[in-house]
Each structure stands twice: as C-alpha cells, then as structure tokens.
Design a protein around this ligand. Sequence first.
Ligand code: NAP
Length: 214
Amino acid sequence: MGLALAEEYCAGDYEVVATVRTPSPALEQLHERFPSSLQIKSADTTDPDSIACLKDEFQESEFDTLFVNAGICIARDNTPIDVAESDFVALMLTNALSPMRVVETFRDRVSPRGVIAVMSSEIGSIQMNKGKWEMYSASKAALNMLIKCFAARHEGDTRALLLVAAGWVRTEMGGEEATLSIEESIPNVVKSVEAQAGKAGLRFIDRRGKTVPW
Ligand SMILES: NC(=O)c1ccc[n+]([C@@H]2O[C@H](COP(=O)([O-])OP(=O)(O)OC[C@H]3O[C@@H](n4cnc5c(N)ncnc54)[C@H](OP(=O)(O)O)[C@@H]3O)[C@@H](O)[C@H]2O)c1
C-alpha cells in the first residue's frame, strides 16, 4: 500500500519522499515515471537513528502530509498462550511504538495546516474487532492509544492527526482473500486524507473519511 500511496500522491502533483528499508524495484520504476517529483530515501522505522538521519536530510523542508504506513503482520493465528514473545515484541515495536516515534520526530516538519496520518486498521478498533488476528490487532489498538495520548500532549496543535483504516486489502499482508483491491482502497484513502487538511485534531477514519469507532 505504501507503493500505491506514493503513486497516488505523485499522480496528484505532490512532491513525494517515499522511504524503504530494502530497495524496491517497483518504487524505482515509479521514480522513472515521476523523476522530478519522487525522491526515494532509506529508513527503517524501528531504528531511531535512521529516522533521525532522515529528518536531518530535510532540515529546510515543510511537508503538507506525513503518512506513516510501514507495518508488519506476524503471528496471525497465535494467542497469548502460544505466541513467541519475540513476535509479540516485534509487532508492538513495529506497529505501535515506531510509527509514533516517526510522528514525534517529524511533527515539526509538517506544516501547521498539514496532516499527520498513520496507518491503523479497523481491527485495531476495540469496538469493531470481534476476535480477528489478535496479536496484530492488539498492536494497532496500542498504536491508537499512543496517538490519543500524543494528541492530548499536543492539545491546540493545528495539524490534522489521523488514524487511517484502509479496509482489508489484497497485499502481501492482506492476502488474496481480502475484500478490496489496492485500487479500491488507496485512491480513496488519499482523497479522505487530503480532505482533512486544515482540520485540527485527532480522528480515526476509514478510506471514505467516515469515523471509525475507537
Ligand atoms: N493489507 C491490509 O488489509 C491492511 C489492512 C489494514 C491496515 N493495514 C496496514 O497498512 C500498512 C501497509 O500494509 P500492507 O498491506 O501494504 O503490508 P505489506 O504488503 O506487508 O507491506 C508492508 C510494508 O511495510 C514495510 N515495513 C515493515 N516494517 C518496516 C520497518 N521497520 N521500516 C520500514 N518499512 C517497514 C515493508 O517493507 P519490506 O518490503 O522491507 O518488508 C513493506 O514495504 C501496514 O501498517 C498495515 O498494518 C493493512
């Protein structure tokens, strides 16, 4: 979905900085299509030094949108009794703590009327999840709590702060049985995120901009 986000923003005439932790031939191809509007940088969201270096590269820049998309889904079928602790820690580190560290690091690089968006999930909603992928869902619920506390610490911030639920999408993570294609999700996600610019405060929204219950 990160690749599709980059493509959608490039097609919308944005100047885009897309990050990868491992080289992506598909992103390189996108760069060939949009050589002047797409920059590719390297960053691992779980490595605070790599995020700090990335920030240093953009000392003079102000972003309209910061979209933190990276995430993992492992131990899908495990429960608290049998999950490997290392898997649980990796989920929490990658899906909850690290996205928020990126947000904390880049917050002051986002324009005052800009948008900070983080990819959450419908199944990170306590109300909506009826028991699916519990280890992964717990990490997204933890992300939701961390961003809520971040918003409370920055009360009065003029930026829009968004948790985004893109739907169940056919990606490597979502799998073939997912209900939506990337094309059915991501263009709508981008429209919904764009529509939030200039609207201060924290919201949990789906791909159509509708409120998702916490
Ligand atoms: N697909 C769905 O149905 C669905 C639904 C709701 C929410 N989401 C969320 O949407 C986001 C994107 O999911 P997806 O379906 O596109 O998953 P995906 O196909 O597995 O892609 C995940 C991407 O995140 C990158 N990534 C993982 N850990 C990283 C790290 N530490 N630093 C930098 N990059 C990292 C991966 O890089 P590598 O290629 O190097 O591994 C990969 O490019 C995730 O946050 C996911 O939880 C997905």
